[in-house]
Design a protein around this ligand. Structure first.
Ligand SMILES: [Zn+2]
Length: 397
């Protein structure tokens, strides 16, 4: 609060300071846009100190800078007006949206943000619970193994390929990145630095019109890749929740896997983290039981038929034969089947921590036992798959 007061004092009584410190633009922005970040900052520090006190890993808030981070600002519900496909924002005026707000209810606020060269407004609306729930079309029980070869392998035998957008556009990405860095090099030379010089902190190079254009082109490509990826995971996670009464997935250590550079590109291409968080909220929506297997549950190593553990299995083995019962396994499908077992009473005894001599290879299923169908009534079915982007509107200003 003290910091906010100090800021407001400068903004409203000391306009000269703004000009002298290169922040004349602060005058043109609405009060809400700079009041909210202080609330966020307070929350972030509160969390930091609470974590520190509790002895947990604490992360201090990171510094944000206009034009360098995700550009966005908040508008309180009494500061903007919606009228069909038009939104009236403070200090900006009327902006056309690509579509009308699809929800009826109390409007709580809005956040305007930018991705590449497009502007979006996310409108928070309070709606009753009923429209949130959706009806399932099937009530199966399945395990899902996420991988690099096939993005997802379902225990019913289906292997789903990811549209590997990053790989396909990598060449174009390289070209556009190179074009941009050439312009940066040129700017460095113009300013009297060497091509590869490390600039002293706080140096501001003049930004040419061409460099701006080039940066925008690159940003558009990145945004398109992100959209392709999001589209794929949204469709997959919606389908999985819609068709299953229980789903078992692995708790994948994404950070640890990304540290492995050889795997990193393929993994980030599939979007593991996004996959899991979407499943988590959609499972609630469809009344699907989501079970997350422990990170150390050896889903790939166990034989899904007899439970023999293949200690010699390496990452390279795509297929293997069980030494105990002679079953031939596809690596990913076998893992998916083992995961499925965690949702049913046929969970293999080897999978429990006690019979494993207390080794790290245990499992922590949320439920083990027979799963009975759960139905939610009152929810209507929506097969458009577009519901996920409900509160996002593209605005042309
Ligand atoms: Zn076997």
């Amino acid at each position: 609060m003290a910091l906010k007061k100090q800021f407001n004092a400068i903004k409203y009584t000391d306009p000269q300071w703004l000009d002298e410190n290169g922040r004349p633009w602060l005058r043109d922005i609405h009060r809400d846009a700079h009041a909210k970040p202080f609330a966020h900052l307070a929350k972030a520090w509160e969390r930091f100190f609470a974590d520190l006190k509790a002895g947990k890993e604490a992360h201090a808030p990171r510094f944000k800078k206009k034009g360098r981070c995700r550009d966005s600002f908040y508008v309180a519900n009494d500061k903007f007006r919606l009228d069909g496909k038009t939104i009236r924002l403070p200090k900006i005026g009327e902006v056309a949206m690509t579509e009308e707000l699809r929800f009826k209810g109390k409007i709580l606020g809005a956040t305007v943000s930018r991705t590449a060269d497009r502007w979006f407004v996310a409108i928070e609306v309070e709606v009753p619970d009923a429209p949130f729930y959706r009806r399932r079309t099937a009530h199966e029980v399945n395990g899902v193994d996420l991988g690099v070869k096939a993005a997802a392998t379902i225990s019913n035998g289906e292997a789903i390929e990811a549209p590997k957008p990053l790989k396909a556009a990598l060449r174009r990405l390289k070209i556009r990145s190179r074009r941009l860095s050439r312009k940066l090099e040129a700017a460095k030379e113009m300013a009297g630095f060497g091509r590869d010089a490390c600039l002293p902190k706080g140096t501001r190079l003049p930004v040419s019109h061409n460099r701006q254009k080039s940066a925008a082109t690159l940003a558009r490509l990145y945004a398109r890749l992100a959209n392709l990826r999001a589209d794929f995971t949204h469709k997959l996670t919606t389908r999985l929740c819609r068709e299953n009464q229980a789903l078992v997935i692995e708790d994948v250590n994404v950070k640890g896997m990304l540290a492995n550079e050889r795997l990193a590109r393929a993994i980030s291409d599939v979007g593991f983290g996004m996959f899991r968080s979407q499943l988590e909220y959609k499972a609630k929506r469809y009344g699907t039981h989501l079970i997350i297997a422990d990170r150390w549950y050896p889903s790939s190593r166990l034989c899904s038929i007899c439970g023999w553990k293949n200690e010699a299995l390496t990452l390279r083995d795509r297929e293997w034969v069980c030494a105990e019962c002679g079953a031939h396994h596809d690596r990913d499908l076998n893992a998916a089947r083992n995961l499925k077992r965690l949702a049913t009473e046929t969970a293999l005894p080897v999978a429990s921590p006690t019979s494993n001599g207390g080794a790290a290879a245990g499992m922590a299923p949320v439920v083990v036992g027979k799963v009975t169908p759960v139905r939610y009534d009152g929810g209507h079915q929506d097969t458009s798959g577009q519901e996920e982007k409900c509160a996002h509107f593209c605005a042309h200003s």
